[in-house]
Design a protein around this ligand. Structure first.
Ligand code: KIV
Ligand code: ZN
Length: 555
């Protein structure tokens, strides 16, 4: 006999779920304080539990499974603390888990006395394997266990004054349970609880162990809903684990198949490979334009608290929250990202369309600047993106190419990444403030009697000696070019000139880019920045001349 066998597919030729799309968020239930907590090497103590509870409230969860109070004294006293100290907001329902054993159910009700809104969550295992191997019980014993437990819960709820008790039942190990039996046991529990369309029971269908591909889970959910007689009086809840690494997909497809509620944890903490990661699932919805109802606008803070409480680090590649997920290493990716941001800025569109990014990092409290880190593999796109985001310069294409070579030389030599601050500083020292043999401080227009020409007096220093020069040209920049040629034999031609307004608040109104050709034929860029566009252009020209004069650097 082979050691492993394939999961038996569900025969559902008229399955409907593949034709559905997600259009709204599910009801979310966090199980961080129960399923997540029970799987920690160091389970949370009271202080951490409270911190996690507060975080979950801040995120916006309205249903929170706070523990298994009959199974653990810590959970019992935590539930009591929440109730006694009035820490549960009026619109939030706590959920408590219990097995179908009378003494556990009774203790659970002791724990919830005085809480305004509670979901009592009953479960027992129903799979063929567990019945055969663990309980050595037949189906009727398993149904009786669930029904007896449900009946006791119903009785105790009736005498639970001041508490609105809702019911939840989970056929644990649902994915390994025959679907007709899963429906049978859920119907038997509902026969006891008597749900209505206005007062529904939650039927939670756990992929306690993920046994098959996510499409099979979706088939199971759809097929179950067809067989289950109390479908209209129930909320179908999904609870997927991640044994095959597809727990997220299983929940998403399960929603297409009829799931209305989703249980999971922050960053997928939970037994073995973990539970469904609610952060990812919620933000997946955000990227589809669907309001998730949860607030992950500061995902770093959520991550900080979750890591503190669970003592488990979020992986660098975890969707949305990982350190590296907004970092592009490849030059072509960087170029495309930069163009995406530029196109959005130019068009003023609000629809987020940036290649390689599914979400605007700013929407989840992450920043644009770490989107691109520059190493020896980075192209001009990444480098100029950083110059733009750090300094506000939109470099002409030729200058992008030239400056990326400057940076590449550094990263090749050091073999290290270069930070955005280092890139910015290198840009300024290379193009804006190169070592200056020539300086310029002011210019004054003079009278000129030649048509379409201007005369200007320029003041500055050359090789440390003050000068006052007069030049004539089509404008101040042209006049400066002529003044330098005439006075110092610095015969530079301007090959290219570009300018743009700087972002408001940058302190300068304009940036100018000048490409000069030196007398020896070499071409150099200079960049100027000033409140006056004319001064910005003269500074750019002077910077280009100085770069030529220093002749130490070749691009
Ligand atoms: O994974 C599971 O089946 C559970 C149940 C208790 C819902 O956690
Ligand atoms: Zn679970």
């Amino acid at each position: 006999m082979a050691k492993y066998s394939p999961f038996k597919p569900i025969s559902l030729p008229d399955r409907q779920w593949p034709n559905q799309t997600l259009t709204k968020a599910p009801i979310w239930c966090s199980v961080d304080l129960r399923d997540g907590n029970q799987a920690l090497i160091n389970p949370m103590g009271p202080a951490k539990k409270l911190e996690m509870f507060r975080l979950l409230l801040k995120i916006g969860f309205k249903e929170i499974e706070v523990g298994f109070p009959a199974a653990s004294e810590t959970d019992f006293s935590f539930v009591r603390e929440l109730i006694d100290k009035d820490l549960i907001p009026a619109d939030v329902t706590i959920q408590v888990l219990t097995q179908a054993r009378p003494h556990l159910i009774e203790r659970t009700f002791e724990a919830i006395q005085g809480a305004p809104n509670v979901i009592v969550h009953l479960y027992n295992s129903t799979s063929e394997l567990q019945r055969r191997v663990v309980f050595r019980a037949d189906k009727s014993d398993i149904v009786k266990l669930a029904v007896d437990g449900a009946a006791l819960i119903h009785t105790l709820a009736a005498s639970c004054a001041g508490t609105s008790v809702r019911y939840q039942y989970s056929p644990e190990s649902f994915t390994g349970t025959e679907l007709d039996f899963a429906a049978e046991i859920c119907d038997a529990v509902c026969d006891v609880w008597q749900p209505t369309k206005t007062c529904k029971t939650i039927i939670n269908l756990p992929s306690t162990v993920e046994l098959s591909t996510p499409n099979v889970y979706a088939d199971q959910i759809e097929y179950f809903c067809r067989l289950f007689k109390h479908r209209d009086q129930s909320i179908i809840s999904l609870h997927t684990h991640n044994d095959r690494g597809t727990g997220m997909a299983a929940s998403e497809l399960g929603m297409l198949a009829g799931g209305e509620r989703v249980e999971g944890t922050l960053f997928g903490n939970g037994e073995r490979t973990g539970n469904l990661d609610i952060v990812t699932m919620a933000l997946n919805l955000t990227t589809q334009g669907i309001d998730s109802g949860l607030d992950f606008s500061n995902v770093k803070e959520v991550r900080r608290v979750a890591e503190f409480c669970t003592e488990i680090k979020v992986h660098e590649r975890a969707p949305y929250a990982g350190d590296l997920v907004f970092t592009a290493f490849s030059g072509s990716h960087q170029d495309a990202i930069k163009k995406g941001f530029e196109a959005m800025r130019e068009s003023g569109q609000s629809l987020f369309e940036v290649p390689y990014l599914t979400i605007d990092p700013a929407d989840i409290g992450r920043q644009y600047d770490p989107v691109i880190r520059v190493n020896s593999q980075s192209g001009k796109g990444g480098v100029s993106f950083l110059v733009e985001s750090e300094l506000g310069f939109h470099l002409p294409r030729k200058l992008q190419v030239a400056f990326s070579k400057v940076i590449q030389q550094i990263t090749d030599e050091t073999g290290q990444e270069i930070t955005s601050a280092e890139v910015a500083s290198k840009f300024l020292s290379t193009y804006v403030h190169p070592p200056a043999l020539l300086t310029y401080s002011t210019h004054t227009p003079l009278e000129c009697n030649v048509d379409e020409q201007e005369r200007h007096r320029f003041v500055g220093t050359f090789k440390g000696v003050p000068y006052e020069l007069v030049g004539q040209g089509s404008g101040p920049l042209d006049a400066m070019v002529h003044a330098l040629t005439d006075e110092f034999r610095l015969a530079f031609d301007i090959l290219d000139y570009q300018e743009h307004a700087m972002e408001a608040g940058s302190g300068s109104a304009a940036a100018a880019y000048v490409l000069v050709k030196a007398p020896n034929g070499e071409e150099r860029f200079g960049v100027g920045q000033h409140k006056s566009i004319i001064k910005a252009s003269i500074h750019a020209f002077v910077a280009a001349v100085n770069r030529s004069l220093q002749h130490a650097e070749f691009e």
